[in-house]
Design a binder for this molecule. Structure first.
Ligand SMILES: Cc1cc2nc3c(=O)[nH]c(=O)nc-3n(C[C@H](O)[C@H](O)[C@H](O)COP(=O)(O)OP(=O)(O)OC[C@H]3O[C@@H](n4cnc5c(N)ncnc54)[C@H](O)[C@@H]3O)c2cc1C
Length: 452
């Protein structure tokens, strides 16, 4: 039994073991399926608390992991020290340089709101409930991906507590290897306590979603795939086939229905946005047409991702160029009339700015790919281990001809130990491993799935 007395006296925030009240709330986040049981969870209130937790873990040979919002929980934590960063809520925007300094506990929603007041926008993800730091460490592909690129392209600096307990700053000029790794390499380098992120001017946004009924799913998917082949670089779209469960939490208009949602974002005038969206509107008769000029503060309404915590299962892959044979294969597995445990199959169009790396280089995986594919399971925990791994394996097998050799760690869901390195191109994964070995030679930070 480890004695946590010294840790408790070194840390201002809560230090809780499984026997303590509040442990479950402190160690669990958005994905309620993962009720983590580390030996101790540290609710950090400052960088000094993080340093104390890392020093204690290293000296006691305990692995360190991080939780901010729990949106990225994909494996159960059953040992070591879990550092909860949700109290690190610093947020300061310098409107002159357009750089926001953002604490590790801040979610995108707060940055969107701060930027909107100044006519600026962060390159956020689809859900503004997700944590800025966890998201950006994986690269980050959001509703403006094709016009603006990966969110990590806008990372300008990060403050990191390293395995040695040293607090380092990484940027293009300070610790450049670590900075390269933090722009997409995700974890295992240290605990990031804050980041500096550049916001962009976004005077106009034409965006939203078209919701098509079940009978239009096939024509929408097929038409969208053809349309993406020549889509303008500054338009970002995605299509999701959604089998809404017949439960009360789902709004009545969607409850129990299978629908296609086509999301669209164009950072420009309404007139041009309408011209660009016209062929998509013509793909069927939308039951809801939500495309309109949008204040950036409402950016989360493009995807309308869930905001309430619940049990979640997801798998993902990146895809190369798509064709009509792909559409046939996908529709046979998750299309109209198919009984499937996969609740959502979502395709996001990449390319445009996502294909160009920043001049100094970054570790974000997926620049050579054409689309993301996310498979989200029905939110029934009984299916998570018994049914969904087999069902999603089979589906990914059916789509193997289109699956890209690399993926992106934010879209990988729960990769196996064998699949984990494929979240990056091979040479990127090798360089990430070298950076990890340099900054954390003892392997204090646990990262990546364990061999079965
Ligand atoms: C509803 C939903 C929508 C999403 N939308 C998008 C999207 O549009 N685009 C996209 O790219 N991804 C998206 N994601 C994936 C999301 O970016 C990842 O799950 C991300 O890891 C979430 O980060 P978090 O901090 O919120 O979650 P957490 O589960 O708290 O953290 C996830 C991981 O990030 C790392 N981490 C977090 N904070 C720190 C820190 N301070 N220091 C070091 N490591 C840290 C750790 O490895 C941790 O395990 C979405 C996920 C969900 C559930």
């Amino acid at each position: 039994m480890t004695d946590f007395t010294a840790l408790r006296s070194a840390v201002s925030g809560p230090v809780l073991t499984p026997a303590d009240e509040g442990f479950a709330a402190e160690s669990t986040g958005f994905n309620l399926f993962y009720a983590h049981s580390p030996e101790v969870v540290v609710g950090a209130t400052s960088a000094a608390d993080v340093v104390a937790a890392v020093n204690f873990a290293r000296d006691n040979r305990m692995p360190v992991r991080v939780i901010a919002t729990g949106h990225g929980s994909h494996a159960l934590v059953t040992d070591g020290v879990l550092v909860n960063t949700s109290r690190l809520d610093e947020l300061a925007l310098d409107t002159g340089s357009r750089i926001a300094t953002i604490g590790a506990g801040v979610r995108w929603g707060a940055v969107v709101a701060a930027g909107a007041e100044a006519g600026l926008a962060p390159i956020t993800g689809s859900s503004t409930n997700v944590g800025v730091v966890g998201y950006i460490l994986g690269g980050g592909l959001g509703p403006l991906a094709r016009s603006h690129g990966f969110s990590s392209d806008y990372l300008r600096g990060a403050t990191v507590v390293l395995a040695s307990g040293e607090v380092a700053h990484a940027s293009e000029t300070e610790n450049p290897d670590l900075f390269w790794a933090l722009r997409g390499g995700k974890g295992g380098f240290g605990v990031v306590t804050s980041v500096e992120v550049e916001l962009v001017p976004l005077p106009a946004l034409y965006a939203g979603a078209l919701v098509f009924p079940e009978e239009s799913i096939e024509t929408v998917l097929r038409g969208w795939i053809d349309w993406t082949a020549t889509a303008e670089d500054d338009v970002t779209t995605s299509v999701a086939i959604i089998h809404f469960p017949p439960v009360e939490q789902v709004p009545e208009v969607f409850r129990g229905k299978t629908l296609a949602m086509l999301r669209f974002a164009y950072p420009g005038s309404t007139e041009r946005g309408e011209q660009l969206a016209a062929p998509l509107r013509d793909l069927g008769a939308p039951m809801i047409d939500g495309l309109a000029p949008m204040p950036i503060a409402n950016v989360a309404q493009i995807h309308n991702d869930p905001t309430e915590p619940g049990p979640g299962y997801s798998r993902g892959a990146l895809l190369n160029a798509l064709d009509q044979e792909f559409a046939t294969a996908l529709l046979q597995s998750v299309g109209s009339g198919v009984q499937t445990p996969v609740m959502v199959a979502e395709l996001r169009h990449l390319g445009g700015a996502t294909s160009h790396d920043v001049p100094e280089g970054s570790s974000a995986g997926g620049r050579a790919s054409g689309y993301t594919l996310s498979l989200i399971g029905a939110p029934n925990p009984a299916l998570f281990e018994a049914v969904l791994p087999g069902a999603t394996d089979a589906l990914l097998g059916t789509l193997a001809d289109w699956v890209s050799h690399e993926t992106n760690v934010n879209f990988a869901g729960s990769p196996s130990a064998a699949d984990f390195p494929k979240a990056w191109p091979a040479e990127t994964f090798a360089r990430l491993a070298a950076v990890r070995a340099a900054v954390d030679p003892q392997g204090v930070f646990a990262y990546g799935p364990k061999e079965a």
